[in-house]
Design a protein around this ligand. Sequence first.
Ligand code: ATP
Length: 923
Amino acid sequence: AEEEELKHEIVSSPSDKVYSFLGSSPDGLDQNEITKRLEIYGLNEITQVSKIPIYQKFLSQFTHFFAILLWIAAILSLIAKMPELAWAILAVIIINGIFSFWQEYKAEKATEALRKLLPYKVKVIRNRELVEVDARYIVPGDVVLLSEGDRIPADIRLTESFELQVDNSVLTGESRPIRKTSSAYSKVNANWIDMPNICFAGTNVVSGNGRGVVFATGMRTEFGKIAHLTQVITAELSPLQKEMIFVTRVVAVIAISMGILFYLLGTFLAGLSQLQGFIFAIGIIVANIPEGLLPTVTLSLAMAVQRMARKNSLVKKLSSVETLGSCTVICTDKTGTLTQNEMTVKKIWAFDELEVTGVGYCPEGKFLKGSRNLSDEELKKSYFWLLLTSGICNNSKIVYEKDNNRWRIIGDPTEGSLLVMSMKSKFINEEIKKWKRVRELPFDSRRKRMTVISQKGDDIIAFVKGAADEIIERCSSYFKDGEILPMTGKIKSAIKQVNEEYARDAYRVLALAYRPFSNDVNLFMLEVDEVENDMIFLGLAAMIDPPRPEVEEAIKKCSTAGIKIIMITGDHGLTAEAIAKKVGMIKGKAKIVTGSELDGMDDSVLNNILKEKNVLFARIAPEHKLRIVSNLKEMGEIVAVTGDGVNDAPALKKSDIGVAMGIAGTDVAKEAADMVLLDDNFATIVNAIEDGRAVFDNIRRFVGYIFTSNIPEIVPYLAFVLSGGAIPLPMTVLQILAVDLGTDLVPALALGAEMPEKGVMEKPPRPREERLLNASLLIRAYGFLGIIEAAACMSGYFFAFWQTGWRPGLKLIGSGPVYEKARTMCLAGVVTTQIGNGYAWRSHKESIFRKGFFTNRFYLFGILSELVIISIFVYTPFFKGLFGHRPLEFKDWAFLFAWSPVILLADEIRKFIARRRKSHEGG
Ligand code: ATP
């Protein structure tokens, strides 16, 4: 009942009463009050509930496919009366389970931490000032400003609304935009969500803007109340992870069939006993199953995601990392991504050009005609309405930051620059304050215009700004030096010509216009097209937006990496072309396709254009962007596309990698995207692609590394069975496990952290269908490096016998100290060759001598770890006894270490030949 009363009060009171009811005012809360309320109501957060409990995750490590296989092996060993082996396998299950759990836990924590990095700022009025705060610090009573694309941070009663429409689909599932108004309603609807003057946390502003006061935050919002129902987040596996699962299963099946086959061969052909045959089968199976591979892949993706976040690209799903690596086309905006989005109006034109001086957003500067400073009188006569329109048709604000001693804008930089420009004429400031806003027709990227209708006494005027071509067509007269004259074709083409000249010089140009209304019209009944019509043209404002310095280099990288870049912008074609040339995206003449040309274009024509070089799309609306992305995808491209507005969301979703702007982007775009650029910078996308490619390479590195050591684990068994037992088993199952779950672990992880190889951006994108485990990787691991490793281990094994006088032809004794030492040599041989092998896998083509032996510190640590572990296994009494090892002497180690450079140099020769062949092909 109390809640109903509260609802009633909030809905039915007029604005001023709502404020006082919530202990607030249109000026916002002060700091003391905010601190107090934060203490009472807590942070504005949805607390996570009902996730899969941690113990369940832990247990699942012991019940998956491999674990079950190992359980079976353990039980079979018990049945076969080999309790030591059963215990050992049990130990493997446990070690493996704990390690995998730890890796997955770490990966999850890493991705969770990223979510916190996602910027989520809200514009609020506090203590009379407009400030941006983190959404978590919003409290009841806060006065929040809403604009297009904002995610609504809390439950809000509106006190002002300009064409505000919201998308309530998170609450209702219904995505049709709903109009919201600020007037009071006498009655609370049966359906609270439908109340027209309430906006709810978690929903989005589709268009328009508004203002309101917060009455519920965090878990007390409607969204918070239903949140626990929807929070079972199902972690989707990435294609790579799925592939890994598939690969490991295939390997397991092969291993099991091999085990069975060799068991039969051994017992029937080689005359092994049942027991020997059985040990043998288990050995083969355990040797081949890559136990720890999947969690290592997951962790290495997660580490990549963290690394990328440090470089300003926030990847929201692990799977995007690999998609990035195979990206073939980037469709990019211009403003803010290729350019700095720091606009400064340099020139204004009202049938005469003025130069505007000053730096950045500081509202100090002069208006020069030639080199002469224009007086206020002259300025008022010819430019008064232009300056006034710039200041009034504007939602931005400039603020002075004392700490940094600089001026900053809140809002859209295009508008910010116009506001700064108008404020450079001091008299306009006073004038702006006299006008009261009646209605706003918000900017949208289809119309490319924005209008504010304001009133001063009896004067009612619509102030309009927008893309010049759009404005000119809607003007029936023009203002020149204090006079209003009828528009003619000649004047129009004169204006267009100036517009194009500016555009060609890379200026972004906006046109300004106004239209007076008599005060008997009902302004609220007028449609947008009726308002923005029959206007008086005022002039043009040309602003510069310098390219980002890093972009040129990034574009060069894309060209060597075989990635195509297509600019898709809302701006004028000539401005777009000028910027594209400045950053090196287009060489020679550009093919400019405009949105209206696209409308009448067949898909087949469009697709042919998309295949061309030097194409750019200008004056584009968001649905065009969606069409371009869809067509590129149909053509088999892997497309990354950038976006920032609400209307970009469909294209972001449609693309393979949707990239949202972290600074200029709306919350809606950030939600729809797969990746968020914290610095809005094009170069960051290219860095992310480079990282994506590197991750794929790295996963191949450690998979190759791990697979290589399978061969020296299998060969001893082959030797044993094919010799019919004449060569006593050179490596036991326990020893194999010592490699797979001991010495190999840290070096494999280290290979996953390898820096991108030189040249990752010098080859074409990886084809979508290319598998992680392709033939060349398997041949290199199994057929080449693995064979050398096996040779090393077997030679070490025989070396131990040789030293005691054994010669070929004599019988090998399969027990006693010599045999034990020979087995120790075999295991130590895997470790010493894996050192060289790891270096070999650190690059696929590049020579390690160029890459450097000490450039991956983590790998050095990996080597240290394997040496420490093998020493523990060989020399400490417990493990010595467990494995049946014998201490090795200096000359034994010398013999085994001699193999490390052998394997590395052999691979160096292979790389050399591969490089030669490549350069022949290339040349
Ligand atoms: P990009 O797509 O490269 O970011 P853009 O910022 O020019 O380019 P839009 O934001 O869709 O793309 O703007 C399209 C056009 O609309 C601009 O070129 C400009 O002429 C006009 N415009 C932009 N912002 C405003 C605004 N706040 N008010 C009025 N017109 C605007």
